[in-house]
Write a protein that binds this ligand. Structure first.
Ligand SMILES: Nc1ncnc2c1ncn2[C@@H]1O[C@H](COP(=O)(O)OP(=O)(O)O)[C@@H](O)[C@H]1O
Ligand SMILES: [Mg+2]
Length: 349
């Protein structure tokens, strides 16, 4: 086969050492099943919860979510060498969520190896993984965020003045996590220290936010191979009344949520969400893709909650669904992500 007809070799890397290992496996099951086979040749590469690199299972279906059973990579898969694996491919899809994946670490490894990869670079990945620095950069660009306080590892709890400033309820969160791990809603100050301990089990740095009352709206940002950046139609996440907020169970295990795409917030609000999403993406030095999550207060005011540089790609995930409604189907979305990564290359850009 000559160079022109050779397919682009893609390593889809998934699983990983973070608490979101299983979510990544479920995302990988659908990406692996949807890569255009005429253009790409795929090498599935798993990272076990212990951090070992293995050749992924041949059948992506074994990674899918079956009922309430969360998938995890079995430890008896064949180990692969990182350097050899990366030397053999043209581009990597680091389909990893959370620490050691979405936080700039694997992006640094890929930069060193000189292999192009889907999504945000080192700086952007690291910033967006950290809810404190995300808010600081959004605020620096004049983008709307809610009130918050940060507890660094050496600070035990909030001062009286900080409590008065935030008011109740508050959301207590690990500063660098995802999928709602370690998060609790606190409605009485008696519960605060327990909630801080719960978050600190995930991350010694804790962020405490005033509750924003409003509807939850998400928007997908996508970069095209020619450098154009566009926002999808936004979706509203509607959570069934059994759940207090969008926690892990609601996200992945229960049929607890419904997505309205486009969100029924009126055309003007839709356009504001899309415009703010592109600005937030640029404020984070975003590349490739991001999901931007908002609250819309009852008076229509928008507040940015957070961004995700590697949003979920499971069959029920908002990012691929929003793009499908906007006119980019799942397979085309994966093709655009891979082509953008190849066009961008590595190094300063
Ligand atoms: N400040 C807040 N006000 C209201 N609800 C919140 C707030 N922070 C988090 N939540 C609820 O908790 C969920 C998870 O919080 P989020 O910051 O998105 O964490 P994760 O990174 O784990 O997704 C949100 O989708 C929302 O339902
Ligand atoms: Mg979130």
């Amino acid at each position: 086969m000559n160079e022109q007809t050779r397919k682009t070799r893609v390593a889809v890397i998934f699983g990983g050492r973070s608490t979101e290992h299983s979510v990544s496996c479920v995302s990988a099951a659908s990406v692996l099943a949807n890569v255009d086979p005429d253009r790409f040749e795929v090498v599935p590469v798993g990272i076990t919860p212990q951090g070992r690199w293995v050749l992924g299972p041949g059948d992506p279906a074994t990674l899918a979510l079956t009922g309430r059973e969360l998938p995890s990579l079995s430890t008896d898969l064949v180990a692969v060498n990182q350097v050899d694996t990366l030397a053999e491919v043209d581009v990597v899809f680091p389909l990893l969520h959370g620490a050691f994946g979405e936080d700039g670490t694997i992006q640094g490894l890929l930069e060193l190896a000189g292999v192009p990869y889907v999504g945000a670079g080192v700086l952007s990945s690291a910033v967006v993984m950290d809810k404190e620095y995300t808010k600081k950069l959004l605020a620096a660009e004049g983008l709307p965020i809610g009130a918050y306080e940060v507890l660094r590892p050496n600070v035990r709890t909030l001062s009286g003045g900080q409590k008065d400033r935030l008011g109740l309820p508050v959301f207590v969160k690990p500063a660098r996590a995802g999928s709602s791990y370690g998060i609790s809603k606190v409605t009485s100050w008696d519960e605060l220290d327990g909630a801080i301990a719960f978050a600190r089990a995930v991350d010694p740095k804790v962020i405490i936010e005033a509750m924003v009352v409003g509807r939850e709206i998400e928007c997908g940002v996508l970069e095209f191979p020619d450098g154009r950046t566009e926002a999808s139609l936004p979706s509203e996440v509607r959570i069934s009344a059994d759940f207090e907020y969008y926690d892990f169970e609601a996200k992945y295990l229960d049929d607890a949520l419904e997505l309205d795409i486009p969100a029924k917030i009126g055309d003007a609000a839709i356009e504001s969400v899309r415009a703010l999403s592109v600005r937030a993406f640029q404020a984070m030095d975003g590349q490739g893709l991001a999901r931007v999550d908002f609250f819309v207060r009852p008076d229509g005011e928008l507040v940015i909650n957070e961004l995700n540089t590697m949003p979920g790609f499971t069959p029920s995930s908002a990012f691929p669904k929003m793009w499908a409604v906007t006119g980019v189907d799942y397979q085309s979305l994966v093709t655009i992500l891979l082509e953008t990564a190849v066009a961008r290359g590595t190094g300063l850009r």
